[in-house]
Design a protein around this ligand. Structure first.
Ligand code: PMT
Length: 416
């Protein structure tokens, strides 16, 4: 139950709204302890918050008297959640880098409870890529954002940056589940916009070609449509995308960084050398499991009778990514002709994946080289069926599910 809220007030004109937030929380019988940055006290006096919360207000990290009242570590332990409202661009930057040079940032670093951040700033500061990167980093760490609103600002400009209204912050704190980012609706095509803002996604797509001689190769039926749709959906969700692709007949999304490969070996190097710079890896490519031991330099001549090609196992790209020291969130695919759930779950465990999206192949519909597909997605303690639809929509649904699962995984890590 969220009944002990530590309200951290930073220096900005929206500090006056924090007074109203204190009043609303108290009305809901929530115990409120207010801490303020030095600059916040220039906007609203500590006395106002003391009167509204019924508790002494702390403003300094190293103050003998205040530390005696309730030391910062004690305060961090006391809170069932912390809300920073308003949170300035400066405070967001400090939190994203783990700085602890004042009471508010130190408390946040020491806290193990859920933290909510309600930014308030000038619209240009909000849109600045540095601010957006900092926010993305906080989200990745499981900190919940209470997004600012659009409107006229104190500086006279109009745009996004006004702190959310106290009533909606209050509703969020009391009604929300801790740690989670705003829930994404996996059945919606429109709600993925922005959910992967600042996140780097690496996707493999298409088939590999394993040459036998200068003119022949072994390949499979993958068209790349599923992987390319995922790249498009991840971009739409705000991610930056690297697409490692086998040879296909598709136009890659202009905003993606494209790495063209042909063989499984090339795909292995292209993916594993980049994976640690990314937050998510999605292996949608149909990688050859076997490649010829020998690639003949000259065209193999027609034999009178049978001919044998000796194959060797290729390296498992997914499994290798999952073993990297700084592994991204790893999502595999499973293409199955029978016992889909059994094999997919086996691959999830064996390859140490975070998630696996299983699809039927070799059936009437879906799978290879079709515009539609359906997926049965598995993770370690759950699963979800994404019914037959266009690969474009399916990709958006899968991206939403990945984003949700990744946030839950991070939240669980932080909670430990
Ligand atoms: O490209 P489309 O025509 O749109 O078709 C989409 C698709 C059917 C190719 C796609 O949805 C899909 O299922 N991709 C994975 C195909 C596959 O190789 O499945 P698999 O069950 O054999 O492999 C399991 C996983 O291991 C896959 O994520 C695969 O990328 C990965 N793998 C496999 C072998 C290997 N050497 N390295 C790997 O990383």
């Amino acid at each position: 139950m969220n009944n002990r809220i530590l309200l951290a007030v930073c220096g900005g004109i929206a500090a006056y709204k924090a007074a109203e937030l204190t009043r609303l929380l108290r009305k809901k019988n929530v115990e409120v302890q207010v801490v303020m940055t030095e600059s916040a006290t220039q906007f609203v006096s500590a006395l106002t918050f003391q009167a509204l919360s019924g508790n002494p207000v702390q403003t300094r990290l190293l103050d003998e008297y205040e530390e005696q009242a309730m030391g910062h570590i004690h305060l961090a332990r006391w809170a069932s959640s912390i809300v920073i409202a308003p949170a300035t661009a400066n405070m967001i930057a400090k939190l994203s880098y783990g700085l602890a040079d004042d009471l508010v940032s130190t408390l946040c670093l020491a806290a193990t409870c859920p933290i909510y951040v309600a930014p308030a700033m000038n619209q240009a500061m909000w849109h600045n890529p540095v601010t957006q990167e900092n926010i993305a980093r906080l989200k990745q760490r499981g900190i919940s954002m209470i997004d600012p609103e659009q409107g006229e600002q104190a500086c006279g400009e109009t745009g996004i940056g006004r702190m959310a209204e106290p009533a909606s912050i209050c509703a969020r704190l009391i009604g929300d589940k801790p740690y989670l980012m705003p829930q994404t609706n996996v059945d919606s095509t429109q709600k993925t916009r922005g959910i992967l803002e600042g996140v780097k996604v690496l996707i493999s797509a298409g088939p590999t070609r394993e040459p036998l001689d200068p003119v022949r190769y072994i390949t499979n039926r993958s068209s790349g449509k599923m992987g390319y749709a995922l790249a498009e959906a991840a971009l739409q969700a705000g991610a930056s995308v690297t697409l490692v692709t086998g040879v296909v007949n598709l136009k890659a999304p202009a905003a993606a960084e494209v790495v063209q490969v042909e063989t499984a070996e090339q795909m292995y190097h292209a993916v594993t050398s980049r994976a640690q710079e990314h937050n998510i890896y999605i292996g949608a490519a149909a990688v050859a499991d076997y490649a010829p031991v020998q690639i003949k330099e000259q065209k193999i001549k027609t034999q009178a009778h049978e001919s044998t090609i000796i194959l060797q196992k290729t390296k498992d790209i997914l499994a290798a990514v999952a073993l990297l020291p700084h592994r991204p969130f790893v999502v595999g695919f499973a293409a199955e002709t029978h016992d889909l759930a059994v094999y997919a779950k086996g691959k999830l465990v064996r390859k140490k994946l975070d998630m696996i999206a299983a699809n039927w192949v070799g059936k009437e519909q879906g799978g290879f080289d079709r515009d539609e597909n359906s997926l049965h997605v598995f993770w370690h303690d759950g699963d979800k069926v994404l019914p037959m639809t266009s690969k474009t929509q399916l990709a958006q649904q899968l991206i939403a599910l990945i984003s949700k699962r990744m946030n839950e995984k991070m939240a669980a890590k932080i909670a430990l």
